[in-house]
Design a protein around this ligand. Sequence first.
Ligand code: FMN
Length: 185
Amino acid sequence: MQRITHYPLLKEIQNRWSARAFSSRFVENEDLYALIEAASLAPSAMNEQPWRFIVGNNPDDLSLLKQSLFPSNHDWAQHAPVLIALCTKKTTTFNGKDNFYSRFDAGSAWAYLSLEANRRDLIAHAIGGFDKQLIHDHYELTDDFEVVLMIAVGYAGDIKSLSEKYQEREKPGSRRPFMEMILTK
Ligand SMILES: Cc1cc2nc3c(=O)[nH]c(=O)nc-3n(C[C@H](O)[C@H](O)[C@H](O)COP(=O)(O)O)c2cc1C
């Protein structure tokens, strides 16, 4: 499935969308760590690189990350062979004060990761609906870190593996016309 764009765009931007049907195909470390490296190249305020990743590519971490998913997300994301929790450091290393751009920068890292995933024919689906505190507690993260996003990673599988509700939604999300996103006085 491909989006129609008005202008010719980077093909990964055009092709990326949030699929939910995963196959059980193994994701090679070579591909997985390339996604993390792509994320690491995102720009950040003061070059803080506040993002951190908990990579669920082994039974223990994967099981804990799965457990944190809210039921509606667990329904489909439990079949992803890899889950990654994206965390971010809330304070700067520069002066220890709040980093206003911490989540913003983590969002850029997610975007880079998702586009590199698309280039490698991998799905990367962002999930906000999960128990962030469970992960914070389990990994004994300090107070200056917060868990912001879960990312389900894997190869596309059979749409019929999804519940009916999600089968209907297995297509690129729509967008409001981009010219409406420009604010004017
Ligand atoms: C921060 C964030 C949180 C999201 N949380 C969820 C979620 O909890 N469950 C889900 O199925 N999709 C979730 N999504 C995926 C969005 O629903 C999806 O990106 C949006 O509908 C646009 O569709 P597209 O990615 O196919 O273009 C989330 C995406 C983002 C960026």
